[in-house]
Design a protein around this ligand. Structure first.
Ligand SMILES: Nc1ncnc2c1ncn2[C@@H]1O[C@H](COP(=O)(O)OP(=O)(O)OP(=O)(O)O)[C@@H](O)[C@H]1O
Ligand SMILES: [Mg+2]
Length: 343
């Protein structure tokens, strides 16, 4: 279940042998000023899910992700050692947060490989994730209130990457050993945009940007002098208002593309890689002209992708047309559900 800031979406994956099958889907919009609880309740009423186990995700101010250079060590030692590094990397007190970390395969500072000293072999990069404890507890409570069992809590940022992996990272990308090619997964939500740059199946940069579909709605409201709900309808009306919506949201797309460019430039410079493709998702990219604008402004090929591709759908339990219609906004939900493979 992806508890977005504007829409709650749940996708149920069930393993049929090793194969994950989509056996349930529901979504409920949270009206402005509306109650998240009600939307969650609605989703579980509508979804008719078989399972009571739920994976949710966290994002926003409560979450911090860092890529920390550390001496090479065994995984068992790492969890202890990372606690001594947190002062430097986290804006929270250690007792306020829940931490997790993972050693990445790549070595430190791939950009400087040519001038690498021998000591670089002894270093590794650790992906450190922290979330405020009270945010996690509130989410656990929200799930339990529905009579459901929290199975895991992930980061939205990583769920995007897990969804992509579930769909099968193209073989040539994985086989691309030694080459510095990377793909940026970008999910444009209502309040924020998540970017996760993946190189050889592994995250090398991730970040959230506080720009999304709500900003576009507000831009339409201001431009046309209408209320928010009306602006929202006009924004989604498709061809009927395409030109005026597109011109109203251009400043928002401009800001978003410039933040994305900053991130791409940073990771390319820092890691010595080339971000060759932008894969877009999230409800925000459905806005007219969004993909084309981002492609042109960042100077990289961009396309929306479908996280359902390659997944079998149980059409007896799921309204396939409805599911497909919302596919681009289901990346986080699919990525969260992909945890079924580790259950
Ligand atoms: N057809 C459409 N055209 C333009 N925008 C759309 C369309 N459909 C949905 N949106 C926008 O997509 C956004 C919702 O997308 P999504 O469900 O990905 O966000 P969210 O997960 O709730 O938000 P966040 O990830 O920021 O918490 C809203 O801002 C909505 O206005
Ligand atoms: Mg979202």
């Amino acid at each position: 279940m992806d508890i977005g800031s504007s829409v709650v979406k749940a996708v149920e994956l069930t393993l049929d042998g090793p194969e994950p099958v989509i056996t349930g889907f529901a979504r409920a919009e949270i009206p402005p000023g509306g109650d998240v609880r009600e939307a969650v309740e609605q989703v579980f009423k509508d979804g008719g899910f078989k399972s009571k186990r739920v994976v949710t995700g966290v994002s926003g101010q409560s979450v911090v992700v860092r890529y920390v250079p550390m001496m090479r060590m065994a995984d068992e030692e790492l969890m202890q050692a990372i606690r001594f590094e947190t002062d430097k990397y986290l804006p929270f007190d250690l007792d306020e947060v829940v931490l997790d970390c993972q050693a990445l395969n790549r070595t430190v500072g791939q950009a400087s490989d040519s001038e690498a000293g021998p000591q670089d072999d002894q270093m590794m990069t650790v992906l450190l994730a922290a979330c405020r404890r009270e945010t996690l507890e509130a989410q656990v409570q929200l799930v339990q209130e529905q009579g459901l069992t929290p199975f895991a809590i992930d980061l939205d940022l990583f769920a995007i990457a897990n969804a992509w992996e579930l769909c099968g990272i193209p073989d040539e990308v994985m086989a691309d050993e030694g080459d510095g090619r990377a793909t940026a997964l970008i999910d444009v939500g209502a309040e924020r945009t998540s970017i996760n740059v993946i190189r050889r199946g592994e995250s090398c940069f991730s970040r959230e940007i506080n720009i999304g579909g709500s900003d576009m709605t507000q831009a339409v409201a201001r431009r046309l002098g209408v209320e928010g709900f009306e602006a929202e309808a006009i924004k989604r009306a498709g061809e009927a208002h395409e030109a005026e919506v597109n011109s109203a949201i251009t400043p928002v797309l401009e800001d978003l593309a410039s933040e994305l460019s900053l991130s791409i430039d940073y990771v390319e410079h820092h890691e010595g890689i080339a971000v060759e493709e932008l894969l877009l998702s999230g409800g925000g990219v459905l806005a007219p002209g969004a993909t084309a604008y981002i492609e042109q402004a960042t100077g990289r090929p961009a396309r929306t992708w479908n996280p359902l591709e390659g997944l079998r759908i149980d059409s007896g339990r799921v309204d396939v047309e409805e599911l497909e219609a919302w596919a681009p906004s289901l990346v986080v939900a699919v990525g969260l559900a992909s945890r079924v493979r580790t259950s």
